[in-house]
Every structure is written in C-alpha cells, then in structure tokens.
Ligand binder design. Structure first.
Ligand SMILES: [Zn+2]
Length: 240
C-alpha cells in the first residue's frame, strides 16, 4: 500500500496558464484519491469476513500456496502503512490489517502477499521498479532544493534549474508509470488468491475489490501529479 508523498508542486510566478490548470487538476485528483481510499477503507474495515481469518493468516496462506516460506510477516505501526520489503523479505502489515478479520484487512494483506509472489516469480515490472528506486529516492530528495533554491530564490541560472527539474520529474513520472502495473497485478493476484483459498465468499469479493481499487487510484494520482509537473516545467522552459 504505502501512500507515497510524491507531490512537490512548482510555483512559478507568471507561469503558463494551462500549466497552472494542470497543477490544480493534479492537486484535486490527489486529494480526491486520498479521500476515496480513506473512506472506502474505513467502510470495509467495519465489515468482518465470515470466515474469520486474520490479515496475518491470509498473507501467510497466500504465500504458502505460492511456495514462499522465507518472508517474515511483521506488524508495523500506523494506518495503511502496509508494504512488502523485497530487500529484507519482510511483509509489513499495519496493526488492524495484521490482526483484523475485515474485508479491508484481508484485501490489503493479500495484496502485499501478491507483491511477495511478484518478487518470487521475478515479475519484470517489479524488477524495473526496484532497480529504479534508489536513483528515484535520491533525485526526489533534490527536488525541494531545486524548486526553492534554484527556481524560486534563483540561486541557480533559471534555465539550468528548470532543466534539472525536468530530469527529476521525468524520472519520477517513469517510476510512477512502472508502479501502476506492479500495483494492479498485486491486486489481481490478491483477489484471485483470496477466492481460490476460500478465505472470502463470492458475495464478499466486491468489498475486497472496492478497497483495493480505491488504493489503486492513489497510484494513478501520483503518476498524474508527476506527469503534470513535468509538462508544466517543459512549458515554463519554452516560455523562458
Ligand atoms: Zn502494493
């Protein structure tokens, strides 16, 4: 899951109007996605599954069926902080999703197990994403310096600062693009496994689907946010 704070919006006085509209659209899209995931999660966190299996047990069952026995399931603080860590082979579930039996908990737990399966089978998009991650993290950490120091305070030549910004946003956009198939694939695996293992009944599947689809929109919003920032900078460069 992991709701990544991937937005760092540019404020260029006198920037292109259409670029401004794109940025405003991206902000609203991101806010809408955050609201949607929170409201859908809080709805289905209150719908217990009839099977009474916990998120922990579901993640374990999904991984066992895939022949994965070297991934540790751990409890992590917070809400929707669930993630799979391929480097340390840890599947981290937030408190409710770890011990809860709700449709939301089962969906999220199985989704993270889906990432563990991707890792085991060497799913190509996940490999690309993992390879890009260190460079993307470093590039993203430079973004505030470039925006505020380079572009806002003009500590760098304007054209150079914009060019660096374009490179960083291009990298972020590509990263968020590669993330989309990884997330959608993990969700598809989760739904399939929960049904195949009989952890959820047919009439419970829509609740699981709704929770995971809502989470999926946050990744689409992150992609759109990076892309719109990239377009905005390219337009600003043309205007300069
Ligand atoms: Zn995921």
């Amino acid at each position: 899951m992991t709701l990544m704070p991937s937005f760092a919006f540019m404020i260029l006085p006198g920037g292109p109007a259409i670029g401004w509209l794109l940025l405003i659209a991206a902000v609203f899209f991101a806010l809408w996605a955050q609201m949607k995931v929170k409201s859908t999660y809080s709805k289905y966190v209150n719908v217990p599954s009839r099977g009474g299996i916990t998120g922990y047990e579901a993640a374990e069952a999904v991984m066992r069926r895939a022949g994965i026995n070297d991934v540790e399931i751990v409890r992590t603080p917070g809400v929707l902080t669930d993630h799979y860590d391929p480097i340390n082979k840890k599947l981290a579930l937030s408190d409710h999703n770890y011990r809860g039996t709700s449709l939301a908990a089962l969906g999220v737990a199985a989704h993270e197990a889906g990432h563990a399966i991707q890792h085991k089978v060497g799913y190509s998009m996940m490999n690309i994403r993992q390879t890009m991650a260190p460079a993307v993290n470093i590039a993203a950490s430079f973004l505030p310096i470039i925006i505020f120091g380079g572009i806002f305070l003009r500590l760098l030549p304007f054209g150079l600062a914009i060019d660096i910004g374009i490179i960083i946003y291009a990298l972020l956009t590509l990263f968020h693009l590669v993330t989309l198939p990884v997330e959608f694939d993990a969700t598809a695996r989760a739904k399939q496994e929960l049904s195949a293992l009989g952890i959820i009944a047919v009439d419970e599947a829509p609740g699981v689907s709704a929770t995971l689809s809502a989470a999926g929109w946050t990744y689409v919003a992150a992609f759109a946010g990076s892309l719109f920032n990239l377009i905005y900078l390219i337009m600003a460069r043309g205007n300069d």
